[in-house]
Design a protein around this ligand. Structure first.
Ligand SMILES: Nc1nc2c(ncn2[C@@H]2O[C@H](COP(=O)(O)OP(=O)(O)OP(=O)(O)O)[C@@H](O)[C@H]2O)c(=O)[nH]1
Ligand SMILES: [Mg+2]
Length: 463
């Protein structure tokens, strides 16, 4: 078995599209046309990833790869807003890293979140905003706006989920006490086993299963020695792995090894090192495992160690990795203890973590406007936000088109075109539409423009 135990899945996520805003006018008896009363479209639901301590693999994402949140419904007359779409919550094990995948190469582009806490969440695909109804477009000069916004379409993209297996229990102890022999007995892990200290150089992970069916992940950590907390030996760098495990399985060699050490002294030394490394480790649930009980003249050491462990409030098991004796009982107790600790870790309500950094990054990319020259007098404009504005516009409605011109102005498109070298009369292409660039002598006020006949030409994009 490898040292790293990971589970990887690529999934495609898309929030729900926003519902369209409504264009409507109040109807009253004897009033031919009342004021505008079109409600807004509902927002689309978001796809959210949540860390769930009850899960231990990404198996749910192995065969199903497309996940869509619900769309928002359309706004209606009489100021009735559309209903928001439901969020779609995808549960993953605690210890899952979420990454954005590059659309072209399908390789990880950057980390979105590292979900290390139960209940921690990240929005991976926000729903589209609802379009605004015509009541929003009333101004002093436009009393009866005869247009509304379409809903914002949600973006779809691929993400990677990687579960980094976190051990529930760690086998800790002096070198050569039999930690690797125990993991080999209780799981499918096949680490190197030898009678010299520091045989194990990197942690091994295995899944142990009790007769009850409960399973847990166990780590075999390189041996620790006195002074490990200050960096002595090889095990010190693995103390941080132990820091993340819920349960410590403290293995002691009851023969005392060739150095003729004392089992109880070894037990105390290791506990002192753990406490010196991090005080929480001194109070971490611990099970004491007396190993090599198959060898002669170990009864006395077993009895004294049992006494010391029980005095410290720890459960105690006498086992032999060589014969397998006592290991079933040890595994059953560990499995039950891990299940209890996992249940304790379940938080009452979800912790909301929108991962601000990712959110800012997403918004920044969203607002980017790219201008590229396609022909001498034709420019291609691309960018998520600007393309959405175009999609949200109802092209059969002159007022909606005039309003779009106003938004172009505000989001900096005109400036970007001027900077790129566009001149009056050039063609500007966005998606499959083409406009005539009018430049600007002075920033025009949209409401003035609305009164005039705007020169917005739409044509087919000759590709
Ligand atoms: N007789 C007997 N020998 C054992 C038992 N468990 C382990 N051994 C022997 O003890 C030696 C060390 O075992 P390992 O499992 O490699 O010990 P470890 O704790 O992983 O050692 P490091 O990785 O160096 O920290 C090997 O020669 C094993 O065969 C046991 O229950 N009985
Ligand atoms: Mg080992």
């Amino acid at each position: 078995m490898e040292n790293t135990f990971t589970d990887l899945s690529h999934i495609n996520v898309k929030g729900g599209d926003g519902g369209a805003g409504c264009m409507s006018f109040r109807r009253e008896a004897f009033v031919p046309k009342g004021g505008p009363d079109g409600g807004d479209g509902g927002c689309g639901g978001s796809v959210i990833i949540e860390a769930d301590p009850q899960l231990s693999s990404l198996i749910d994402y192995r065969y199903k790869h497309h996940f869509r949140a619900e769309r928002g419904t359309h706004g209606q007359g009489a100021r009735r807003h559309g209903r928001d779409g439901e969020d779609l919550i995808l549960r993953v094990p605690v210890g899952t890293v979420v990454r954005e995948l590059d659309p072209a190469t399908q390789t990880p582009a950057y980390d979105i979140a590292d979900l290390t806490q139960p209940g921690e969440r990240v929005v991976v695909a926000p729903g589209g905003a609802g379009g605004r109804g015509n009541i929003h477009f009333v101004t002093s000069v436009r009393r009866a706006p005869a247009f509304a916004e379409k809903g914002e379409p949600a973006r779809e993209h691929w993400i990677e989920l990687e579960m980094k297996l976190m051990a529930d229990a760690a086998l800790v102890g002096m070198p050569s006490v039999g930690k690797s022999s125990i993991i080999a007995r209780i799981s499918a892990a096949r680490p190197k086993i030898a009678d010299y200290p520091f045989t194990t150089l990197v942690p091994n992970l295995g899944v142990a299963r009790a007769a009850s069916g409960q399973s847990f992940v166990v780590a075999d950590v390189p041996g620790l020695i006195e002074g490990a907390s200050e960096g002595r030996g090889l095990g010190h760098q693995f103390l941080r792995h132990i820091e993340r495990t819920a349960l410590i399985l403290h293995v002691v060699d009851v023969t005392g090894g060739y150095e003729g050490r004392d089992a109880v002294e070894d037990y105390r030394t290791i506990n002192e090192e753990l406490a010196a490394y991090a005080s929480e480790l001194a109070v971490r649930p611990q099970i004491v495992v007396a190993n090599k009980c198959d060898l002669p003249e170990t009864e006395d050491a077993v009895a004294r160690l049992r006494e010391a462990a029980e005095a410290d409030g720890h459960e105690f098991f006498a086992v032999s990795a060589a014969t397998g004796e006592g290991l079933d009982a040890l595994v059953s107790t560990c499995a039950a203890e891990v299940a209890r600790l996992r249940a304790e870790a379940v938080v009452s309500g979800p912790v909301l973590d929108l991962n601000e950094r990712w959110e800012r990054e997403r918004q920044r990319r969203d607002r980017q406007i790219r201008v590229a020259r396609e022909e001498r007098h034709a420019w291609r404009v691309s960018g998520s936000q600007i393309e959405r504005m175009v999609i949200q516009t109802d092209w059969d409605n002159d007022e909606a088109v005039a309003y779009l011109q106003h938004r172009f102005e505000r989001c900096g498109l005109d400036d970007a075109l001027v900077k790129a070298g566009a001149v009056n009369g050039d063609e500007v292409r966005i998606l499959e539409l083409a406009f005539t660039f009018e430049g600007r002598d002075d920033a025009p006020d949209f409401d003035e423009l609305a009164e005039k006949d705007l020169e917005v030409s739409m044509g087919e994009d000759e590709e």
